[in-house]
Write a protein that binds this ligand. Structure first.
Ligand code: ADP
Ligand code: MG
Ligand code: ZN
Length: 574
């Protein structure tokens, strides 16, 4: 800076300055989405929570203000790999950035602090554990800070899907560095998590900027597992991957064993599949990640340990062999597909045994009852979406609080709207039967009771008011209804050491159904079986298409054309 310019207060940096920096350093013509809004708030020194989509460009939102505002910008990031990537990229672009993590030598540390004291450093990346060290805080105290950015801020929330206890301590930054604007960024946070971020980080008067959750290039679908058999699920996954041969993708599995097993099966089927989970050594994991990034058509078969900060633009599909724990986790994981904006698939396999497993796993976790209750609710909301009949993108966007989201036009439910029937009365019957039977029996037995077909029935059972009240409905339909009630959390399957019992779920929700305040819609089995995510060609019978809005329809037509081209490509001999 020129000596005489320090005599007068420098003018506050403007959005135009920020735009110029974006152009000069990154070569991007303009801000997109709600970036400009976020940058404006931070330049003005306000606290901000920014929820912008994956790949939406959250980093520049704090990097540019850190460069333009006087002082050092401190960035808290959860993973060393994330820090390294960002800092290396910044350095190559000529930005004065550094990171302090366990892998940095003493000499390098001294050099970084020297640089910082000389006012020559714009951005310093640290881990939350690093910030817990008193000497680091002391050193930072001696420096003017331009801002503090907290990346992947959803990690602060116990209710979120990626809670990191270290993040919990970041609230202290409010007292340690009063007056320094703080910005929390994440790609997925529902209203509750957003509140939790503001509260835990003790942000002041925070401006919360939430971008649309629309990802029009993603084609979402869910396939109900018709049995709990692992072999069948594995076969379905292999089929789905085969249909996408040569494309890069991610398959999420619920367990490390599952990862290894599915990866091996995929390799046997001729796919370049790589297993990845937290049970592997860090070096081994890094090598696997490098292969995934470098090799054509690589498919990562992983647990949730994989994904955060992985910057691969051309992931063409994400398949959940086992469903995640919440809609936030779902969106975060599916969101890793199609970051380049080209069409990509997000396919989730789910079944009644999955929700039972999810709930059981939560049951065993050491956490506050209140936190557990929220997570149980979140799991149920996810399963209700998966087994629901509402456009998937619309359901997700509504969940994140986006009003007025239109139907996406390309998800399995938009392409082939399932037949649904009003099952409110049957649901009341099923709930009553479970209650009268004393919550002591499994699903099949409850259905037999409803049908009046219990083997060797005893007089006490035929004396119940619910005996045979469901004889007017077929057995398969009852299965659909009872399963759906489980997905909605109205019934809960208690694993009971391998002899599952059906119990009543959330009492308030159950009461609402009894009183007729809550309607229950169930997808008819025939429609469900047909809703596998293959291309629908019989769109002529798709009545919903006729009523689609013009732009939704246009998008649908584009996607269909793209799929046709792709299918044609695949038929051209190599
Ligand atoms: P995320 O929001 O997932 O953290 P990143 O900050 O990693 O996303 O940005 C993803 C990519 O988008 C980067 O390559 C970045 O340079 C690019 N990007 C950011 N802002 C813009 C913009 N306004 N126009 C075009 N590309 C942008
Ligand atoms: Mg990021
Ligand atoms: Zn849709």
């Amino acid at each position: 800076m020129l000596a005489d310019s320090t005599l007068i207060a420098p003018p506050a940096p403007s959005l135009a300055d920020a735009r110029a920096t974006l152009e000069r350093v990154w070569g991007h013509g303009d801000f997109r989405g709600r970036q400009a809004e976020v940058v404006t708030e931070i330049l003005a020194g306000r606290d901000v929570v920014a929820v912008l989509p994956t790949g939406g460009g959250k980093s520049v939102c704090y990097q540019i203000p850190a460069m333009l505002r006087p002082g050092l910008g401190l960035v808290v990031s959860p993973l060393i790999a994330l820090m390294t990537d960002q800092v290396e990229a910044l350095k190559q672009q000529g930005v004065a950035a550094a990171r302090l993590d366990s892998g940095v030598s003493m000499d390098d540390r001294s050099a970084i602090w020297r640089q910082a004291r000389a006012g020559e450093l714009d951005l310093l990346y640290v881990s939350p554990e690093g910030l817990a060290q008193p000497h680091l805080i002391d050193r930072l105290h001696d420096l003017p800070l331009s801002l503090i950015a907290i990346d992947e801020a959803h990690c602060v929330s116990q209710w979120g899907h990626d809670f990191r206890p270290d993040y919990r301590t970041l609230g202290r930054l409010a007292e340690l560095f009063p007056g320094v604007p703080r910005i929390a960024v994440t790609a997925t946070a529902d209203a509750r998590t957003r509140d939790d971020i503001v509260r835990s980080l003790r942000l002041e008067d925070a401006k919360v900027v939430v971008d649309s959750f629309a990802r029009p290039n993603l084609q979402l679908s869910a396939i109900r597992k018709e049995s709990a058999s692992r072999a069948r699920t594995d076969a379905a996954v292999i089929d789905l991957v085969r249909q996408r041969r040569g494309k890069s993708g991610v398959v999420y599995c619920g367990s490390r064993d599952g990862c290894e097993r599915v990866a091996e099966a995929l390799r046997a089927a001729g796919t370049n599949a790589i297993a990845y989970h937290a049970g592997m050594e860090a070096r081994d994991r890094d090598r696997r990640l490098e292969r995934f990034l470098a090799e054509d058509g690589a498919v990562m078969v992983a647990t949730i340990a994989f994904g955060m900060g992985v910057d691969k633009a051309d992931v063409r599909f994400v398949i959940h062999a086992d469903p995640p724990g919440s809609l936030e986790a779902y969106w975060q994981e599916i969101g890793r597909a199609g970051r380049d904006g080209e069409p990509a698939d997000g396919i989730t396999l789910y079944g009644p045994s999955d929700i039972a497993w999810t709930l059981k796993r939560l049951e065993g976790r050491p956490m506050a009852e209140e936190v557990k209750a929220v997570q149980v609710k979140k799991a149920r909301q996810l399963f209700a979406m998966l087994d629901g009949a509402v456009c998937r993108a619309q359901a997700v966007r509504r969940y994140f609080g986006e009003e007025g989201a239109e139907r996406c036009g390309v998800c399995d439910l938009c392409l082939d709207p399932p037949a649904v029937f009003d099952a409110t009365v049957p649901a009341q019957k099923a709930l009553a039967a479970v209650q009268r039977l004393g919550e002591r029996f499994g699903k099949n037995r409850v259905i037999d009771h409803l049908l009046g077909k219990t083997k060797d029935v005893q007089p006490w059972e035929t004396a119940l008011s619910t005996w045979a009240i469901g004889a007017d409905t077929g057995q398969h339909t009852w299965r659909d209804i009872v399963d759906h009630l489980m997905f909605e959390g109205l019934l809960v399957e208690d694993p009971n050491e391998g002899k599952p019992l059906v119990r009543l779920g959330d009492p308030e929700a159950v009461r609402a159904v009894y009183r007729g305040e809550r309607a229950i819609e169930v997808r008819a089995a025939a429609a469900r079986a047909a809703s596998a995510p293959r291309e629908r060609t019989r769109t002529g019978r798709n009545a919903a298409l006729e009523t689609m809005d013009a732009d939704v329809r246009a998008r649908f037509e584009t996607l269909r054309a793209w799929r046709r081209d792709r299918a044609a490509e695949q038929h051209v001999p190599p």
